[in-house]
Each structure stands twice: as C-alpha cells, then as structure tokens.
Design a protein around this ligand. Structure first.
Ligand SMILES: [Cu+2]
Length: 172
C-alpha cells in the first residue's frame, strides 16, 4: 500500500516539475534529467527499450543518486511482465561488448550516483510476457539493501540512449 501512495506522489511531483521547468544552465539536459525522489534516493533518466522483432529480452535504464550519508546497494529488480529480471554489467572485451549477471548487485556509495544506461550496466528483462512498445509506461520494482522496495514507472522508447545520458558532454 505504501508503495502505491509513494508512486502516486511521484507522479504529481513529476507533473509539477514539468509545468515550471527552470530556464537556464540547469535546464540544458532537463528533458531527460527530471528526477523523482523515493525512499531518500533520487531517480532520473528512466527508460525501457521497446521490444524489438522476436527478441525475447529487453533492458531498462535508470540513473540513481544516493544523497544520504550511508552506502546503499541495488540488490535486484522485478517486473511482472518478464519471466526473469537480472542486473547486468557490460564490458568491452577485445572490442566486443559482453554482458554478465551481477548477482551481488550494485553498490551506490553515500553521495554517489549509479548510472544504468545503454552500453553500460543495465536491468535485463528476459522472457518477455508482454512486449513493451514505444510510448507505453511499464512498472519495475527495484529492491535496495537499505531503501527497500521502490516501484518505478518507466517510459518505453525505441531510442533509450536519448534518455540514457549518452549525449552528455557533446558540447565540450
Ligand atoms: Cu543484459
């Protein structure tokens, strides 16, 4: 029940933020950088890659900031619309990108940020029971060591890199 209330509050916060987006330096990447705060953690750049062709799998991305004084750890993710959800790392080995399960999850140190983004670490959704399509919204529940369960509603897009932060730094 508590999760549902928090989710509703997050939706309102997002709407209010969009309505009065500040103009200035901070708004440079504001289209994708709108963040929501749940259980003391801050979430932004939420995206799920739209299911492609016959591919039984897809991936989800989110940037998680830990502004608290203590370390936390993303332990796992769950989605009712996929058979299995894993946390994956992505590494380039001899020029080939390889992903691997990270069963121990990802530590987010106090004051630091974990970026799950295209080409990098990500949430892997396997055995899709429903095929997310561009423009839809889908729920994923993240479980943290300290923050507990956090339900997130992520937009589905065929171009998650646009929301995943890869465009950062292009003007430097
Ligand atoms: Cu993967």
């Amino acid at each position: 029940m508590r999760g549902l209330i928090l989710l509703a509050a997050a939706g309102l916060a997002l709407t209010a933020c969009e309505a009065k987006k500040p103009v200035g330096h901070e708004s440079e990447h504001a289209d994708a950088a709108d963040s929501i705060t749940l259980q003391n953690l801050s979430f932004s750049h939420l995206a799920i890659r739209a299911a492609l062709g016959e591919n039984p799998n897809t991936a989800a991305y989110v940037v998680i900031e830990n502004p608290t004084a203590g370390d936390d750890r993303l332990l796992s993710a769950q989605a009712g619309w996929a058979d299995k959800t894993e946390l994956h790392t992505m590494e380039t080995v001899d020029g080939v990108m390889k992903m691997a399960a990270a069963p121990e999850g990802f530590v987010i140190k106090a004051g630091e940020t974990l970026e799950l983004k295209p080409g990098g670490n990500h949430i892997m959704l396997m055995g899709l029971k429903e095929r997310p399509q561009e423009g839809e919204m889908r729920e994923i529940i993240l479980t943290f060591e300290k923050a507990g369960q956090v339900p997130l509603t992520l937009p589905v897009t065929t171009t998650p890199q646009a929301a995943g932060g890869q465009g950062h730094g292009h003007d430097h």
